[in-house]
Design a protein around this ligand. Structure first.
Ligand code: UDX
Length: 451
């Protein structure tokens, strides 16, 4: 198929590269000239394992990037992968999406033939049908169902494993307008649609673009309405975020009773109603999705008069975990003017993304205590420099530990597991581990956050 992807952030770039890898001809559209140039050189504008290889293989071949929205005219469907950040009140900010939909609609006004617009970004229920759809109709001067159609196909890929997650999804969700389905008979659609099933343009093209993935192994496909698909994404992320906050709360209780939360988690995870995944308690969740999506869902619920108490509590527990980590440090070290090592800056391993990383409140808390912060991360130092230009960054964990009176572990990078004699270079061997990567050992004053 000919596919266009609007927006070349983490999600858009991964999708564009992977669709090209699956054999489609892809046009990636972004307003940022530097991003477009990088993609055309076959370089990933972000740190994502495996993405560079796919881009290198596909750039200039099945993948071409441009700043020009007119490129959508030569394609069968457009994926809208633009950011949906939250505003100061936590509400979803649709301005980038709406501006993109306007330009897309204008470009489609001059397109011959049918076109499907697929919303990939995370949006509050009702947005695709009631905000994006009408913009497309107005700007393209075409009614939905009369040549353009709209759908939502939420993305569940994780940073750090984005490429394999895309290529081996746990599920694929197709949200379409209910009235767009089963409406086409061969008679109405005319001979060019004879081969089309009665699913309608949206589902037809969605199945076609995902066909290479669906033919692999039984990936479950969920066909649902627009609002349901929009909500599935929020529910997925809210559930996982709340699951981590619940294990963190249980972990905090474990800690005060001298119980190892990881032993507890291993046992409860055997209950298949609970499941073993996402039970790693520690300093909490961050990233671009969980904080933004939980905040947007809370704001959207409150806008309609519903008090989301459990989600509020999930955020509250998450906000408190970094301070709990530092309180454990306080039990062993008077931080003022002392050198304190922060191991890990990324919001999780495998990425250079520091958005909402728990390292941010940890560093702020250390600065509030007057500590001299020395930080190390294998890939996220540059990103964190923008938040904290004045702390010391070093290029190895060993260098961070050298002369430190205390260490806090914030990201579960594998390499921290191998640290051993490096701790001997600390002036006081105090380690407060927020991710359970360092093991207790002789000579180390070791505190696990929930164990
Ligand atoms: C998440 C969702 O998993 C993904 O489906 C969605 O598309 C985007 O949001 P991502 O933000 O990449 O993906 O990270 P994820 O691996 O889900 O981790 C989120 C945060 O939770 C990280 O900060 C991680 O450290 C934390 N986490 C995760 C825990 O603290 N404990 C766990 O057991 C699991």
């Amino acid at each position: 198929m000919n596919v266009s992807v609007v927006g070349s952030g983490y999600v858009g770039t991964t999708i564009a590269a992977c669709f090209a890898d699956l054999g489609h001809d892809v046009r990636a559209i972004d307003i940022d000239k530097d991003v477009v140039a990088a993609l055309n050189r076959g370089e990933a504008p972000i740190h994502e394992p495996g993405l560079g290889d796919v881009l290198e293989a596909q750039a200039g071949d099945r993948l071409q990037a441009t700043t020009d929205y007119e490129a959508v005219r030569g394609t069968d469907l457009t994926v809208l992968a633009l950011p949906t950040p939250t505003d100061a009140e936590g509400r979803i900010d649709l301005s980038v999406m709406e501006a993109g939909a306007e330009r897309l609609g204008e470009a489609l006004a001059a397109k011959e033939g049918e076109h499907l617009v697929v919303v990939k970004s995370t949006v509050i229920p009702g947005t695709t049908g009631e905000a994006i759809g009408p913009i497309l109709e107005a700007r393209s001067e075409t009614d939905l169902g009369e040549g353009i159609e709209i759908a939502i196909n939420p993305e569940f890929l994780r940073e750090g494993t984005a490429v394999p997650d895309f290529l081996e999804p746990g599920k694929i969700v197709f949200g379409t307008r209910r009235e767009s389905r089963d409406e086409r008979t061969t008679d109405e659609a005319g001979p060019t649609h004879e081969e089309r099933s009665s699913r309608g343009l949206a589902l037809d093209r969605l199945y076609e673009v995902y066909e290479p993935l669906l033919s692999n192994e039984g990936v479950p496909v969920v066909e649902t309405g627009l609002r349901e698909a929009e909500m599935i994404k929020y529910a997925n992320n809210a559930f996982l975020a709340a699951k981590v906050s619940l294990i963190n709360e249980l972990g905090n209780i474990c800690k005060v009773y001298g119980v190892d939360a990881y032993e507890v988690a291993e046992a409860i995870g055997l209950d298949d109603r609970i499941g073993a995944k996402f039970l790693r308690s520690g300093v909490g969740w961050g990233g671009s999705c969980f904080p933004k999506d939980v905040a947007a869902l809370i704001a959207a619920a409150r806008d309609r008069g519903y008090e989301p108490e459990l989600l509020d509590a999930a955020v509250g527990v998450n906000d408190r975990q970094p301070e709990r980590l530092l309180e454990l440090l306080d039990e062993h070290v008077e931080c003022e003017n002392e050198r304190i090592a922060v191991l890990g800056l990324a919001f999780k391993p495998g990425t250079d993304d520091v958005r909402n990383s728990r390292a941010i409140p940890v560093i702020e808390g250390l600065q509030a205590r007057g500590a001299v912060v020395v930080a190390y991360d294998p890939v996220a130092t540059d990103s964190m420099c923008e938040h904290f230009p004045d702390i010391e960054y070093v290029d190895s964990a060993a260098a961070a530990l050298e002369g430190a009176s205390g260490t806090v572990v914030v990201t579960d990078w594998d390499e921290f597991e191998a640290l051993d004699t490096e701790f001997d270079a600390m002036s006081e061997p105090v380690v407060v581990d927020g991710r359970r990567v360092v093991s207790r050992r002789e000579g180390l004053v070791y505190e696990g956050l929930t164990w």
